[in-house]
Design a protein around this ligand. Structure first.
Ligand SMILES: [Zn+2]
Length: 312
């Protein structure tokens, strides 16, 4: 198996021989539910927080992992995830008014501005029709437009009948989870791919039938050329803090293999350019057998790029 992004290197500090890859990003985490201190040693250089307190996130000190964030979930009153034990009031903001004027209580523009002013680089909306009320089309459209005016794209938790189609129709750029509650139709898959929508994997939060549906949906999306991002929903249940080998194996099972698997791990989304100051170091050469690539990638650790010397 040759991985086109892989470079044989030696670590200056330890003289250990191995392979360099671009920095790995977990594109779906909740920092308030985990201790992120161990992430870098276990291969994760960057995270995207998709639902947290925008004030606390803005105050985070610099360092590893690099953090991009959405700030609060924007949702309808009584809608997901309001009232969940893991979702304190500070991480949920209700929007009832499609107003594009700033300073309107519960207005779309006001809610987006509050996240953007706190440093958010993406906006999260909850479209979970199986867990309470969802926002109207007018409010969703106004949020996407307001985010666009601030240079931000929108990521949705889309669950329940018709919500994936609604996200696509209103220009939602990313799904926070591979759809798992029902098979996604071919027509919807084609529309998602044509729109350039990105899907964040989060396969390993599921077991049984939901996991099988998510893997089948992601396989179909990837086979049509859809852009897939590695993401775990870290903080949701007992997941390993670091690169999640089971998530990588599930992606591999979904046909996201080799270079595509590396691309899902190293995609800079929602940023445009990757962070070149740090790299992933994996001991030893990339395996010949493609089935061994997920396990091998899971042994990566984050190093300062300057610490690596190329070898031939
Ligand atoms: Zn989440």
């Amino acid at each position: 198996m040759t991985l086109s992004a892989a470079r044989p290197v030696r670590r200056a500090l330890t003289t250990e021989a191995g392979t360099a890859l671009p920095a790995f990003v977990d594109h779906h985490v909740h920092l308030h539910l985990i201790d992120p201190a161990a992430l870098a040693a276990r291969g994760i250089a960057g995270v995207v927080d998709l639902g947290g307190d925008p004030v606390a996130l803005a105050r985070r000190p610099a360092g590893l992992p690099r953090v991009a964030y959405a700030g609060a979930f924007l949702t309808a009153p009584g809608g997901y995830p309001q009232g969940r034990s893991w979702a304190p009031d500070a991480i949920v903001r209700t929007v009832t008014d499609a107003s594009r004027h700033p300073g309107v209580d519960d207005g779309a523009q006001t809610a987006v501005d509050a996240q953007a002013d706190a440093g958010a680089t993406v906006i999260k909306v909850a479209l979970h029709a199986d867990a309470g009320p969802v926002m109207s089309d007018e409010v969703l459209g106004a949020i996407v437009a307001a985010a666009g005016d601030r240079g931000l794209s929108v990521v949705a938790h889309a669950q329940g009948s018709g919500q994936v189609d609604r996200a696509i129709a209103f220009g939602v750029a990313a799904l926070a989870h591979t759809p798992f509650d029902a098979p996604v139709s071919r027509r919807t898959l084609s529309r998602a791919v044509a729109a350039g929508q990105v899907w964040i994997s989060t396969l390993d939060i599921h077991r049984g039938a939901a996991r099988a549906r998510a893997i089948a949906n992601l396989r179909a999306f990837a086979a049509r050329g859809g852009r897939v991002l590695y993401g775990t929903d870290l903080g949701n249940g007992p997941l390993p803090v670091g690169v999640n080998r089971r998530e990588l194996i599930a992606l591999h099972d979904a046909g996201v293999r080799g270079d595509a698997l590396v691309a899902a791990l190293t995609d800079p989304w929602p940023h445009v350019a990757p962070d070149a100051a740090v790299s992933t170091f994996v001991p030893g050469p990339a395996p010949i057998d493609p089935d061994e690539v997920p396990g091998w990638l899971s042994r990566g650790t984050v190093v300062v790029t300057e610490e690596l010397t190329h070898v031939d």
